[in-house]
Design a protein around this ligand. Structure first.
Ligand code: ATP
Length: 423
């Protein structure tokens, strides 16, 4: 077996897409009579500054010999990559042997690439150490993602699927013609095995991108046949090709468990507990901010405007609520992807009322408690009164339209508390 890893072939402005380059390499190998067992679409650390969009890298597992696979991949990248874009720096890494048995150094590199940051020198040193062939175009930064994709099959378990349909090249850059109702009908028929195809509350077909690249739509889910079925039911412009990718999308592979808030660092994503200490406030632009604390520190948290109705759940949090938060930290702020309300505050401390006349008492002076002047009654301090809570304990998430590729949708199940999946 040979593994071909590629990355960084696309451009935000000029189109192209690394999944498409991988598809072309797979097709070339198949045309030459080789078997392609699977194509992996690996989402790496979403906080990486150099990413074009979703920080994807690709790996193909094939029975082609290393030299043949290398030559086919190199030609495809040279032909398709948008190297005219300053930010596009393609990389290719080809490895011999079973992809499930790559050396520890390669599997570790893949894990770190999803949760942390690598330098290009580190990628090159590891390729050399394990004897992998590699090639870089321009600064060759793509070899970071390419090596990570090579290590991914051993590094991760819990894979999902995406069926991607590609447009006729003559239509790239033009408006996509996809029949809206057919997408909703197909999505409903296969939900929840197939997820994040549409955003029902927003009436949006999230499986159809808006970028200039070759993808017409991508159907994500837990079962490859179900993804293919949904894709086959979608009506619209003719497609040039389609392929099913095995992917770490929807797995939360980017989240690391943090024991304490003082462990949080920029450029990484976490699952961490805290107590709400500053009530949510909506600031300019519709972004909602609040703060949590634990015995080690404090974190500012945000639900940004594009997360839409998720912000209503966040606004329902109260000071004193105990929560688990998931999201990436950048500029010292934890950008929420989902949260669980663990223990909720059910009372509020308020000024006591007079037991005789029912009116609110007045302060009797600093540390003197409260009293009712008319009736002569008094109370030692504030009293706890029950409050109505709209938010039940459990997990809440951003809607499909705001989901990060790698974030695990609640509908996939196996959570430690009740869930309210967004669909
Ligand atoms: P698309 O989603 O359209 O395929 P992209 O968002 O995947 O684009 P790339 O064009 O592939 O973005 O650029 C990401 C760059 O960052 C690549 O050069 C890749 O090698 C590098 N990279 C990926 N993960 C890491 C990491 N953890 N540390 C440092 N560099 C990384």
């Amino acid at each position: 077996m040979t593994t071909v890893g590629i990355d960084d072939t696309d451009s935000r402005t000029r189109g192209m897409c690394t999944t498409y380059v991988a598809h072309r390499i797979a097709t070339s190998l198949e045309v030459r009579g080789h078997d392609v067992a699977r194509v992996l679409l690996v989402r790496l650390n979403p906080a990486v500054e150099h990413k074009t969009r979703g920080n994807a890298a690709l790996a193909l597992h094939t029975d082609a010999p290393v030299d043949d696979a290398f030559a086919v991949a190199r030609d495809a990248i040279a032909d398709a990559a948008e190297v005219g874009d300053d930010r596009t720096n393609p990389g290719l890494v080809v490895a011999p042997g079973d992809p499930a048995a790559v050396p520890d150094a390669v599997a570790d590199f893949a894990r770190e690439a999803v949760r942390d940051h690598h330098g290009i020198d580190d990628a090159l040193a590891r390729c050399e150490e394990v004897g992998y062939r590699s090639e870089g175009w321009k600064n060759g930064r793509g070899r970071i993602g390419a090596l990570a994709a090579v290590g991914a099959w051993r590094a991760f378990d819990g894979w999902t699927y995406e069926r991607i349909a590609y447009r006729e090249p003559s239509r790239w850059g033009r408006e996509r013609d996809v029949e809206h109702d057919s997408v909703f009908a197909a999505a409903d028929a296969a939900y929840p095995t197939v997820w994040d195809t549409v955003d029902r509350a927003a009436g949006e077909t999230v499986c159809v991108p808006h970028t200039p690249g070759p993808i017409l739509y991508g159907i994500r889910g837990d079962d490859p046949a179900a993804c293919r079925d949904v894709a086959a039911r979608i009506e619209g412009e003719s497609i040039a090709a389609a392929r099913t990718f095995v992917t770490n999308q929807g797995t939360d592979a980017h989240l690391r468990d943090a024991d304490a808030l003082d462990a949080l660092r920029d450029g990484r994503a976490y699952r961490v507990d805290g107590t709400v200490t500053r009530a949510p406030e909506t600031e300019r632009g519709g972004h909602v901010f609040f703060a949590v604390e634990d015995e080690t520190g404090r974190a500012r948290c945000a639900a940004f405007e594009p997360t839409k109705r998720f912000r209503d759940r966040v606004r329902d949090l109260r000071v004193g609520d105990e929560v688990t938060l998931c999201g990436e930290v950048s500029d010292g702020t934890l950008k929420l992807e989902k949260f669980a309300l663990r223990e909720r505050v059910t009372t509020a401390r308020t000024t006591p009322t007079c037991p005789d006349c029912g009116r609110t008492m007045e302060s009797a002076g600093a540390t003197q408690g409260y009293r009712c002047r008319d009736c002569g009654t008094s109370a030692p301090g504030k009293v706890a009164v029950p409050i109505e809570r709209d938010l039940d304990p459990g997990w809440y998430e951003v809607p499909p339209r705001a989901r990060r590729h790698i974030a695990r949708p609640l509908v996939r199940g196996s959570w430690d508390a009740p869930t309210r999946p967004e669909r």
